[in-house]
Design a protein around this ligand. Sequence first.
Ligand code: SF4
Ligand code: SF4
Length: 414
Amino acid sequence: MKNNHLDSNVPSGRRSFMRNLLFGAFSASLSSAKLISQQEKQGARLKKGEMFYRRLGRTDLLISEISLGGSPLPAKPILYQAIERGVNYIDTSHSYMNGNSERQIGQLLKDMGRDKIHVGTKFHLRGKWSEESIISSVEGSLRRLDTDYLDVLLIHGASDEKHLTDERVLGAFEKFKKQGKYRFRGLSCHSNHHKVVKEAVECGLYDMVQLGYNVFDIRNTKKEIETYDDYLGQSGIRRLLALAKSNDVGIIAQKTLKVGGKRQNLEKYRTGTTSIFQAMLKWVLENKNLTSALTEMLTYEQLEEDLAVAGKVLSEKERVNLFHFVVENSENYCHMCGLCEINCPSHVKTTSILRYLAYYEDYKKTNLAKQAYSRLKPSEGPHSCQNCGDCERLCPYGVSIRERLKEAHSILRT
Ligand code: SF4
Ligand code: SF4
C-alpha cells in the first residue's frame, strides 16, 4: 500500500508549511515530491531554522530529527517552545497520563495550529479486545485531542505478529480510514521485534513503525568493542531498520536514551561540550534508515540538550566515550528481544515484566510500572515460573531473568 499524501491529501496550511520548509532549504524550481525523492536518495536532511527534517518513509511526512514523547509531556511553556523551535512530531497514547497527554496535545493543536504538528496516538490490544474496543479507544483519543484526524494511528506495543493482519484490527483501521480519521497506519513495538517488525514491513499494510533503538545495541565482546547488529541472528535491530528502509516503511526510534525523562548525572562521560545524552542521540540519528529520535524533554536544560543535536555528527572522541559508557553500564541490560518470553514453557511474561521493572528503575515511573504489573494475569507472573532456566540459556545478554522476576514482584506488586 503506497501513500503519496504530501500534496494531494494534506490540508492547505500544512501544504504551505511543507513548501516553505522545502523551498527555504533548496531550489524553488522543483516540485516538493520530486525534491524529496531526489534529496532522499542522497540521504539528505532538510533544514529549517535550527531543526533538521527527514522523510518518514512512504508517508512523505517530513519529521523533525528530534521528536517528543508524550509520557509524560513537559510543562506547557517547554512544550510550546519545543514546537516553536521545530519539533513537529508528538507520540502519545490513550493511556499516557490517564488521557491528559492527549488533552494537553489537543490544547496545543488549537493554540499552535493543527497543521504545525504531526500527532501519532495508539490503541492497545490487551484483555478481551475486539474491533469495537479499538474503535471506542480511538474515538476517545480523537475526542481528547479535539481533532478530526490523526496523522498516524498506531497499535500500541504490538508483540504478536499475527495481530497485524487480524481482521478485527484491519476492520477498525478500515472504518477509520473511510471516515478520514487518520492518514497513516503504524505500530509501536517493545518486544518480539524480529517477528513483528518483519511482518509489519512484509505485509505491506503499515506505513511506519516505532521501535526501541539505543546505544545499548553496542556490546563489549571479548574485550573488543564492536557494533552489535545481529544479536537476533538474521533479524538484528539494525537489519530490521534496513529492511524497513528498503520497503520505504518509516521508522521512528523510541527508548533512545534508555533512561527516559529522569536523566542521571553522567558528567564523567561528557566529551567537551557534548553530554553523554547528546552523544546517545547522535548515535541513534547517524543511522540513516530511521527518521527521528523520540525523547522526553521535561526541563529547559533537556530541551536545549536535545535540540542541539539535530544535524550534528558524532565525533570519534564522543564515540569512544559512548563505548566506555555502554561497556560500563550494559551488564544485565534487557534489549527486549522477546526470546525468553516466546520460549518460556510456563508462558511467563518475562519480557513484559522486565520492561515494567525498567519503567520503575530507569524511568522512575512508579505508577505506570505498578499499573502495568497489576494487569498481568496470575498465570503470566513470576509465580508460574518452574525454574527451568531456559530463558537464561537463551538470553543473548546474560540477563539474570529469574532473579529479576523476583525483584520485579517484590517491588511492583501492589
Ligand atoms: S526459568 Fe521460569 S521464566 Fe524462565 S523459561 Fe523457565 S519457567 Fe519460564
Ligand atoms: S531478558 Fe534477554 S532474552 Fe529476555 S527479552 Fe531481555 S534480552 Fe531478550
